[in-house]
Design a protein around this ligand. Structure first.
Ligand code: 13P
Length: 253
């Protein structure tokens, strides 16, 4: 079975609800007829505006985080059911910015992934090593821990997960991983997924690359055998750039 590429725009803490609509409208125009699955991930408070803008199109809606509990006294948090109610089909989990600034652990990532799957959301689970971890030869052990602990105990739900490899040193730095560097880690992630769920399931799971993906470098990254699309930050805030990245994605046999 082929893997359909998935390109998600992580808008991070950018765009008010008012500013999100015109960007979503422009993205819809740019990506019409694209081969890839396209997901827009605005802030929580812009979800409604973007949902209204993309209604009736093939573009999908994702959130940037969720809480694992269903409801209750968790001030400031948002549940999976609240996201599906807004029209979300996807949710980013364990982004490196959340791990670094908000102290999210692999156990938190696991709880959030379980909650997303239980609600029918597609989790986009982020993993990636820091520069210090890479330079001290710990990339492999860090990725192993993040994948095995973050995705533990999902059962058949594992097959619905999207993994995003985002080397922390490549995020927002303009320093993209080379296609060969990214491919090496994507292949490692697929081996780890096979350890958890078996090789057949691992072959169907999409693994996105994220970290300074631009229109100029997208095609060579997406041409790698285990790179199934991208999680796009800065370039997702410009509809033409994002559209060019989406058009660079191809299905994998
Ligand atoms: P940039 O594309 O801005 O490097 O961000 C990548 C990212 O963190 C997407 O989640």
């Amino acid at each position: 079975m082929g893997r359909k590429p998935i390109i998600a725009g992580n808008w991070k803490m950018n765009k008010t609800a008012t500013a999100a609509s015109p960007l979503a409208t422009a993205v819809v125009k740019e990506v019409a007829g694209a081969e890839a699955e396209v997901v827009l991930c605005p802030t929580f408070i812009a979800l409604g505006a973007v949902a209204a803008t993309i209604r009736g199109t093939t573009v999908k809606l994702g959130a940037q985080n969720l809480h694992w509990e269903k409801e209750g006294a968790f001030t400031g948090e948002i549940s999976a059911a609240m996201l599906t109610d807004m029209g979300c089909t996807h949710v980013i989990i364990g982004h490196s910015e959340r791990r670094a600034y908000f102290h999210e652990t692999d156990a938190d990532v696991n709880r959030k992934t379980q909650a997303a799957l239980a609600a029918g959301l597609t989790p986009i689970v982020c993993v990636g090593e820091t520069l210090e971890e890479r330079e001290s030869n710990r990339m492999e052990s860090v990725i192993r821990r993040q994948v095995l602990e973050g995705l533990a105990g999902l059962g058949s739900g594992l097959g619905s997960v999207v993994v995003a490899y985002e080397p922390v040193w490549a995020i927002g730095t303009g320093r993209t991983a080379s296609p060969a560097q990214a491919q090496e880690v994507h292949a490692l992630i697929r081996r780890l997924l096979a350890e958890i769920g078996g090789p057949a399931v691992a072959q169907t799971i999409r693994i996105q690359y994220g970290g300074s993906v631009k229109a100029a470098n997208a095609a060579e990254l997406f041409a790698q055998p285990d790179i199934d699309g991208g999680l796009i930050g800065g370039a997702a805030l410009d509809a033409a750039s994002f559209g060019a990245i989406v058009k660079a994605a191809r299905s994998k046999a």
